[in-house]
Design a protein around this ligand. Structure first.
Ligand code: PLP
Ligand SMILES: N[C@@H](CCOP(=O)(O)O)C(=O)O
Length: 467
């Protein structure tokens, strides 16, 4: 399998190189040059496989010859062994045809563990094989950071620098990142918002000379294709559990950077019968405005009760645009350059209408989020986190067909966001045993100006040289 850039100018790469990079050199994102296909008959034979066994079926065509099959199998087995539920991603029924897919049973209690536990292991494996070192520079609105740190803290050949927006992540999220005391882990609290952090990470990939060739720069954000690849698996897993491929399924996905829902779109392209993908956003609803009115236009970011989705510019939307434009890299380059200059983008109406055949959207206020948390608890004794509540709200209001199972991705554990849970009138969730002393642990982070040069010189100073 080769990977090509959405902007058409960067060299095509194999899996190993695509994993060990971030943005393509032309500023685009890598995608597979074709979608591997599974027939309905083949998918049907996968019912009953364990999560790791299913992951092997889905991930193998993306990895190709890059990793021997036995090694890949072992890596996948080890990855999902560490989750605290034997089903790895269990489903809970909330209503007659409404389901919640719990993606928070990994070590940092958010869906990011599905990909980042795997990415850490793949990096370790490939860097050791190549005798290379990597520097990771990542941006987080709270969850990617802790999952990436947890995935990479034991990697001998990795130094990891995570940028989070100062005072804009929850206290539990911040402590999950900043209490990991390891020589290769660096937390930077940027005096800006998530979009600023993400823009600086992308700029680092485009001007890599600041690293003075000390190491290879690698992304842990969903600009890295391996992140998306790993997330495709749970769409198949959940769909099989509710009767696919003999019946269609729908998904409601709390959305910020468009990575998670894009993984659902990939699953559909590979043959999974998905009839509806629902983009569920908070007040920072650029994606909803695109789906509703063909208007992808920047506004100021506002803080909400679902801080992990306080994102305006959604990285992976470019990957969808690439398909909308028939994989024409030059057209995407032009579109993205004009978006960068003008802060707004619309597509030809026929392309938008075609996209809307699959995607719907819903924007949910903080008040509605709290109402949904309260309702789910009163009706089902189920405690939702605010991000998952946004997904459930969207699922309840925008389900196209009541006969088709609607699965909401529950992207985080409520313990990470006690403020919203308490605002909804419920008691504050208790920290799990593994995190019981989180509030007593020592924190280590550096507050830094919202300046690319400051971030780059910090990384250059602390990145350990190749030996
Ligand atoms: C808890 C939670 N839910 C939902 C999202 C949105 O996911 P994505 O950015 O892949 O759209 C994020 C992060 O972005 C998150 O941390
Ligand atoms: N919500 C994310 C934001 C980063 O998104 P990513 O999927 O591109 O890593 C977070 O929690 O950090």
């Amino acid at each position: 399998m080769k990977y090509i850039s959405t902007r058409g100018q960067a060299p095509a790469l194999g899996f190993e190189d695509v994993l060990l990079t971030g943005l393509a050199s032309d500023g685009g994102l890598y995608v597979p040059e074709y979608w591997p296909q599974f027939t309905l008959e083949e998918i049907a034979t996968w019912r009953g496989l364990s999560y790791a066994e299913l992951a092997e079926k889905i991930i193998t065509p993306f990895v190709g010859e890059a990793i021997p099959q036995n090694d890949l199998r072992q890596i996948l087995h080890d990855t999902y062994q560490g989750f605290d539920h034997s089903a790895v991603a269990p489903l809970t029924q909330l209503d007659s045809n409404q389901w919640v897919l719990e993606l928070f049973h990994g070590p940092t209690l958010a869906f990011k563990d599905f990909a980042l536990q795997l990415l850490g292991r793949l990096l370790d494996y490939l860097l050791a094989r190549r005798s290379e070192k990597a520097v990771i520079v990542g941006a987080t609105s709270g969850d990617t950071g802790s999952a990436a740190i947890e995935g990479c803290r034991h990697c001998d050949n990795v130094d990891i620098f995570i940028l989070h927006p100062h005072q804009r992540v929850s206290e539990v999220q911040r402590r999950q990142m900043t209490t990991v005391v390891a020589d290769n882990v660096h937390n930077l609290a940027v005096q800006g918002n998530f979009d600023d952090c993400q823009a600086m990470v992308k700029a680092c990939f485009q001007q890599q000379d600041f690293l003075q060739s000390k190491a290879r720069l690698v992304a842990v954000n969903s600009i890295n294709w391996a992140r998306i690849m790993a997330q495709v698996v749970y769409y198949f897993y959940a769909a099989l559990a509710v009767g696919a491929p003999q019946r269609s399924v729908a998904f409601s996905v709390p959305t910020g950077n468009f990575g998670d829902i894009y993984a659902g779109y990939v699953a559909r392209n590979m043959g999974l019968p998905i009839s509806q993908l629902l983009v569920a956003t908070n007040r920072n609803d650029i994606l909803h405005r695109f789906m509703a009115n063909n208007q992808y236009s920047k506004e100021d970011l506002s803080p909400t009760l679902s801080p992990s989705m306080d994102i305006m510019v959604s990285s992976n939307f470019e990957r969808l645009l690439f398909d909308m434009y028939g994989r024409d890299g030059a057209a995407i380059d032009q579109l993205m350059t004009s978006f960068q200059q003008q802060g707004t983008l619309t597509v030809d109406s026929w392309r938008w209408e075609l996209t809307r055949q699959l995607f719907d959207s819903c924007s949910v206020t903080d008040e509605e989020t709290c109402q949904t948390i309260g309702d789910a608890y009163r009706n089902c004794q189920y405690k939702l986190d605010p991000h998952s509540a946004i997904g459930v709200r969207a699922a309840m209001t925008c389900q196209r067909d009541q006969q088709i199972p609607m699965i909401t991705l529950a992207t985080a554990h409520p313990v990470k966001f006690p403020e919203a849970v308490v605002r909804a009138g419920l008691s504050s969730p208790e920290l799990p045993d593994s995190m019981a002393d989180l509030y007593e642990r020592e924190e280590r982070y550096t507050v830094i100006e919202n300046e690319l040069a400051d971030v780059q010189s910090y990384v250059a100073k602390y990145a350990r040289p190749l030996n």
